[in-house]
Ligand binder design. Structure first.
Ligand code: CA
Ligand code: CA
Length: 314
C-alpha cells in the first residue's frame, strides 16, 4: 500500500497551440495549479504554454501494478489531414526527417468506424509558408483541414486493439461535465455534450470514458462570454472515478477572441506505438487553423501525458 499523490496524477499540460499564437486556454478559474507534465516530444510546429488547473481528491489507494508490454520497435508514423503528428521508433519523435520514402501502407483510423487503408507519399512540403512537411495519401483520408477526424498510422499492427464505442449522453455524463465547468466557466454553463467515447484504453478490462462538450459556435466569431470547449477522461482508479482534462478553452472575455479560442474534440483513439495501449488524439479547431495532440495514458500515477502535437494555421 502506498499513497498515490493525486496532484501528480492530476497534472496535465496545457493544450498545445500552433506556432501562430493560437493559445488554447485563457484564464480559467483555478482550485489548484500544478506543474505541467513534461512532454517527451513536441512537434516543431508547436509551443507549450503553462499549466492549466486541476481539481484534486485525497484518497488513500493501492497503486495499480501496470504490466508493460514491450513495444514493437518498427516505425509507426502518424499523420492527419492538416499536419504530421510524428512517429514512434522506440520513442516519440517529430520533425522534418520523416522515416518514409513514399509508397508505404497506412491504416486509416477514425473513432468507431471501420479501419481503412491508404498509400502514403514521400515527405512533401506542407502548411506553407511555414515550411513544414507532411504526407499525402491515396485515397485521401477523410475529414478536412480544420476537422481532423481521421489518422493515418503506418503499421501492420493492431491500431485499435480494443473496441471504441460512441455512446449517447446520459445524466451521469452531464453531471460530470457540469461539475467541471461550474468552477471554471463564467455564469451558468450550458452542458452541451458532443462526444461520449467508451473504450478500454490499456486493455485491463475496465472501460474508460472520454467526453467532449462545447458551446463555442463553429464560426468562433459569434462566441459569447461563458462559451467553452472541454475534453476530459474519466477513469476508474481503485474504485474512484478520476477525471483528467485534456483540452479546455473558455470565453471569459471577448478581447483577443481569435487568438484564444479552441474547439476541442476527439479525433481518434488508437494505438500509435504498438504497445497494445491506445492513445487519445485531440483535434483543436482554431481561427483559420487546426492542431492535433496525442495523449498517452502512461500509468495511474502520471495519467495522460501529451506526447506529440502538430498544427497549421494562417
Ligand atoms: Ca482500462
Ligand atoms: Ca500505445
Amino acid at each position: 500500500m502506498r499513497r498515490l499523490d493525486r496532484a501528480i496524477w492530476w497534472r496535465w499540460t496545457a493544450p498545445v497551440v500552433t506556432a501562430l499564437m493560437l493559445a488554447a486556454c485563457s484564464s480559467s478559474s483555478s482550485t489548484t495549479t500544478t506543474e505541467p507534465t513534461a512532454a517527451p516530444s513536441v512537434s516543431s510546429t508547436t509551443t507549450t504554454t503553462g499549466p492549466i488547473t486541476s481539481t484534486e481528491r485525497s484518497t488513500t489507494t493501492t497503486a495499480t501494478v501496470t504490466t508493460t508490454t514491450l513495444p514493437d520497435l518498427s516505425t509507426y508514423l502518424v499523420a492527419g489531414n492538416t499536419c504530421l503528428l510524428g512517429w514512434w521508433d522506440g520513442g516519440w519523435q517529430s520533425g522534418d526527417d520523416l522515416p518514409v520514402s513514399g509508397g508505404e501502407q497506412y491504416q486509416v483510423v477514425r473513432l468507431d468506424e471501420p479501419i481503412s487503408s491508404a498509400t502514403g507519399s514521400e515527405a512533401r512540403p506542407s502548411c506553407e509558408p511555414l515550411d513544414l512537411v507532411s504526407i499525402e495519401f491515396e485515397p485521401a483520408i477523410p475529414g478536412g483541414f480544420r476537422e481532423i477526424d481521421a489518422l493515418a498510422v503506418q503499421t501492420d499492427g493492431a491500431v485499435r486493439p480494443h473496441p471504441v464505442e460512441m455512446l449517447s449522453s446520459s445524466p451521469a455524463y452531464e453531471d460530470a461535465t457540469s461539475e467541471l465547468l461550474e468552477v471554471r466557466v463564467p455564469g451558468v454553463p450550458v452542458v452541451n455534450i458532443t462526444q461520449v467515447i467508451r473504450t478500454d484504453l490499456e486493455g485491463d478490462g475496465v472501460d474508460e470514458v472520454i467526453i467532449a462538450a462545447s458551446t463555442i459556435p463553429d464560426d468562433l466569431i459569434s462566441s459569447q462570454v461563458g462559451d467553452y470547449s472541454i475534453v476530459f477522461l474519466r477513469k476508474v482508479i481503485d474504485v474512484e472515478v478520476e477525471t483528467a482534462i485534456l483540452g479546455l478553452s473558455i470565453v471569459d472575455d471577448l478581447d483577443n477572441l481569435f487568438q484564444d479560442l479552441v474547439i476541442f474534440d476527439v479525433s481518434a483513439v488508437a494505438d500509435l506505438n504498438g504497445d497494445g495501449k491506445m492513445e487519445i488524439v485531440l483535434n483543436g479547431t482554431v481561427w483559420e487553423g487546426a492542431f492535433l495532440q496525442a495523449w498517452e495514458y502512461v500509468d495511474d500515477d502520471l495519467g495522460p501525458v501529451e506526447v506529440l502535437s502538430c498544427g497549421c494555421g494562417s
